[in-house]
Design a protein around this ligand. Structure first.
Ligand code: LLP
Length: 435
């Protein structure tokens, strides 16, 4: 159990029965009550992560500092309510996310709208609601937004998302700052400077900041420094003094006990240092620094719980253990070759004695949750906990094989709140004739 502590929610412990507990709640009992697969979020982890990041920002950066949560990592109404009460801003990329943020109590001034192809409906909603900034991703979007704002006679506050041409060491699908990325306004052919000059001169747009997001699951802070320098360089070229600079999110987390630890202080300190240096060199006042973590805030707060089903030895002698979830609730292993770890809920202290392929129940060869994971002996009906499950699992979950999306709980000491009901096929209308 000890070696899993750095992956598990902060409130994880072993109860009197020897079983896994989160925030003092027995996980086996929760699984019996709410069914499996079950997802659990620990309120304590989320709150402490937010507090610690604000503290790091205050310690490392001399200007103002803020956090916006990248809600694509996981969002539901109840979850958004908790986040809103914890004081962070929110980054949304669709009408759906924007509406949930609003319903949950985020004031529009705490909301940023991202996206490389926002619809007219999304832009109009953001403009009417008065979100803090629309993060413009192309020259064509800039022109469209200017016309929309002029038509509505409403001046719009914007950031520009710049493609910094910075490579990062992560899965290719998680890189976003490189030269071939679909995101952001490119620099080399002059588009970025043109966008800044255009926005500065616009009657209907109020350019206040520059943004970039270089990728996800990153553990080296140096590329962030390169991105900061690039943003300040083009700001200076266009004679623009930004009030805000955002280097996006992307800081990595641990998925297995053996993963190399990532130090978030490095991330904040190195971004801060680059900004201090560049602004001093240019004679610019320090802009507000805005970080946009998704995974770093929510991954460790989340735990997935599955029930073991049938087991077999494959023809190659591999011990295969199947659980009642898989790629429908967690497509990350299949999409990004993401690796996870697992422990037995009823016996978290038990010594691993075997290597197994922990597989899902869906009709797809790639539906392997963890290949070669070390586990103690398990039998049908046992419960498996997968740590670091709080980011990009549920938000990318599907109904493959007509799977129902799992129930999601929010735990605090003394309280269990249902964030998402287990999907009910009859509510979802799957069995209703669409004609
Ligand atoms: N800001 C922007 C503009 C983003 O596009 C993203 C993530 C973030 C912030 C937050 O990144 P994070 O801190 O969570 O790494 N589905 C993939 C991750 C895709 C990330 C998309 N953008 C996965 O499961 O790993």
């Amino acid at each position: 159990m000890e070696k899993y502590q750095k992956l598990l929610p902060f409130s994880a412990s072993i109860g009197k029965t020897g079983e896994l507990e989160i925030a003092g709640h027995n996980v086996r009992e929760l699984a019996e009550k709410w069914g499996t697969p079950l997802y659990i979020y620990d309120g304590i982890t989320l709150k402490e992560k937010i507090d610690s990041l604000y503290k790091l920002g205050a310690e490392e950066y001399k200007g103002k500092f803020d956090i916006t949560y990248a809600s694509k990592a996981y969002l539901s109404l109840g979850f958004a309510r908790h986040l809103a009460s914890l004081g962070v801003g929110v980054d949304v990329v669709s009408l759906g996310e924007m509406k949930i943020a609003g319903m949950a109590g985020f004031p529009p001034e705490r909301v940023h709208l991202h996206g490389n192809n926002k619809s007219e409906e999304e832009l109009e909603f953001a403009l009417d609601w008065g979100v803090f900034s629309i993060v413009v991703d192309s020259l064509e979007e800039l022109a469209f937004l200017e016309e929309l704002a002029a038509r509505k006679k409403k001046k719009m506050q914007i950031w520009l998302r710049i493609a910094p041409g910075v490579d990062v060491d992560t899965h290719p699908y998680l890189q976003t700052g490189h030269t071939a990325s679909k995101f952001g306004i490119p620099i080399p052919d002059g588009q970025a400077v043109r966008a800044i000059e255009w926005a500065k001169g616009s009657e209907w747009l109020n350019l206040i900041g520059l943004h970039t997001h270089i990728g996800s699951q990153i553990s080296d802070a140096k590329p962030y420094q390169r991105a900061v320098r690039m943003l300040l360089k083009i700001a200076a070229e266009a004679d623009f003094v930004p009030q805000q600079i955002s280097t996006g999110g992307g800081w990595g987390v641990l998925y297995r006990p053996e993963d190399k630890e990532t130090k978030e202080r490095d991330w904040v300190a190195m971004v801060a240092d680059a900004l201090h240096e560049e602004c001093a060199a240019l004679g610019y006042p320090l802009p507000q620094l805005v970080l946009e973590p998704g995974r770093w805030l929510t991954a460790q707060a989340g735990l997935a719980v599955y029930r073991v089903g049938f087991q077999k030895k494959s023809r190659e002698g591999i011990h295969v253990v199947a659980v009642d979830g898989g790629m429908a609730d967690n497509p990350r292993p299949a999409m990004y070759q993401a690796v996870y770890s697992a422990l037995v809920v009823e016996r978290p202290m038990a010594k691993p004695i075997q290597k197994v392929n922990l597989v899902g129940k869906y009709c797809e060869t790639g539906d392997v949750l963890i290949a070669g994971v070390e586990l103690p002996e398990v039998k049908r009906g046992d419960l498996i906990a997968m740590p670091s499950a709080g980011a990009y699992q549920l938000s990318m979950a599907s109904n493959y094989n007509m799977a129902a999306r799992p129930a999601v709980l929010w735990l605090e000491p003394g309280s269990v709140e249902l964030l998402q009901k287990r999907e009910d096929p009859s509510d979802a209308g799957w069995w209703v004739d669409a004609q």
